[in-house]
Design a protein. Structure first.
Length: 396
């Protein structure tokens, strides 16, 4: 066996032996649904345990707390976590967006200050891009950051701040020059959330759960060294952040961001569902739809592998990474909608109803699936990105 094969067996055994026991409360599916202290502390302890075992940040530099190993080792860990469906790690924004960004363009002081806390989950990160009145129009950001000596004074509001109630830091886009419109005058901050004048208000979702907050900045003063890069470079840095967020650039620390019901779970549900007194898998229309979902799922897996091989992407190099978020989030939404259709009238039952199929987890997952089609750029925005940057279509 090769060293990677040995490592794969080691990792599989570790997760089998160290999987945390099921708590006496409902665990969220992803970092966007963490809404109670019990959920948060359970998941933070799990992330810390994975890191201390050496299975998180394996490819990040050792001088900042990483493992200094080839990316292939972390890829094996990620795949095994997904295969065994162990709980996800909660510091998704830190591990996958803020951390890679800081490692790519941050100063030495920023790397020393922030990276290890991201890995240990001591420092949870959130994202301050969306605003209540701007929707997906990120370039129209209105949150103000006014320089006052050695500080910036923040005023404005963000919304849909995942983990906002628990975050210690925020990656924040704010307008430092109000005279410049759109892309100009924006700056990027690594903002401490424990600053007086920064308040978060939890948002109750359709599922009845929390996880998002609205964040308010009211004359909040942060040190001037929270500025990343130079004033006016905010748009450029924000776009780099989005390449990490959407998987178009590598360098993430690893771990899973959700425990998802997938196409094979739906196949199993179809075997237990009935059509005219027989298993739904014997119904031709159901079988046809299941095969379509299986093909689409396998296609997305192969696309991810193909994107890592430049020779296979010469015609449109950006097509796969820029379309990944759109493809996978819409696939998941449609898949879970189909799973509900298999349940007939029982599809109307929800978590807490003793007669709900599998405790109502399918309904909860379906409602939660919409967050992925909105967060990180709505599906409509993603389609525009593919049209403009891959197909070369005009903006208007």
């Amino acid at each position: 066996m090769s060293a990677l094969d040995d490592f794969r067996a080691e990792v599989a055994a570790w997760f089998r032996d160290n999987r945390p026991p099921e708590p006496d409360f409902l665990l969220p599916e992803s970092f966007m649904e963490v809404g109670t202290d019990a959920q948060f502390e359970h998941l933070r302890a799990w992330q810390r345990k994975i890191y201390e075992a050496g299975y998180l940040g394996m490819a990040w530099p050792t001088q900042y707390g990483g493992g200094g190993k080839p990316q292939a080792f972390q890829d094996i860990v990620n795949a095994e976590m997904a295969r065994q469906k162990v709980p996800f790690v909660p510091n998704t924004i830190g591990l996958n967006w803020a951390g890679p960004l800081i490692l790519a363009i941050g100063t030495e002081a920023e790397k020393q200050r922030y990276i290890k806390g991201i890995l240990t989950a001591d420092d949870i990160w959130c994202q301050g891009f969306s605003e209540p009145d701007q929707g997906s129009d990120l370039a129209n950001c209105q949150t103000r950051a006014t320089r006052d000596g050695d500080e910036y004074v923040l005023n404005g509001a963000n919304i849909w701040t995942s983990l906002g109630s628990y975050a210690r830091y925020m990656i924040l886009l704010a307008r430092t020059n109000p005279l410049e419109k759109r892309y100009g005058g924006l700056s990027y901050f690594l903002c401490p959330m424990e600053t007086p004048g920064i308040e978060t208000q939890p948002i109750r979702k359709l599922t009845g759960e929390y996880g998002f907050t609205q964040t308010f900045f009211r004359d909040a003063r942060i040190p001037a060294d929270c500025l990343m890069g130079r004033e006016g470079e905010g748009w450029k840095i924000a776009m780099m952040t989005l390449t990490f967020e959407r998987g178009a650039a590598g360098g993430q620390a690893g771990g899973t961001a959700r425990v998802a019901l997938g196409v094979r779970d739906v196949v199993e549900l179809a075997r237990r569902s009935r059509r005219d007194g027989r298993p739904a898998t014997e119904d031709p229309a159901t079988r046809d739809q299941l095969v379509r979902f299986l093909i689409e799922d396998q296609g997305d897996r192969l696309c991810a592998a193909r994107a890592a091989i430049p020779a296979l992407c010469t015609e449109r190099p950006l097509a796969l990474p820029l379309s990944a978020k759109l493809r996978t989030s819409e696939h998941r939404r449609r898949l879970l909608q189909f799973a509900l259709s298999l349940q007939g009238a029982n599809a109307a039952r929800y978590v807490g109803d003793a007669r709900a199929v599998d405790g109502g987890k399918w309904q909860r997952a379906y409602f939660n699936a919409f967050s992925s089609t909105i967060g990180g750029g709505t599906s409509q925005i993603q389609a525009n990105i593919v049209g403009e940057r891959v197909l070369g279509l005009p903006k208007d």
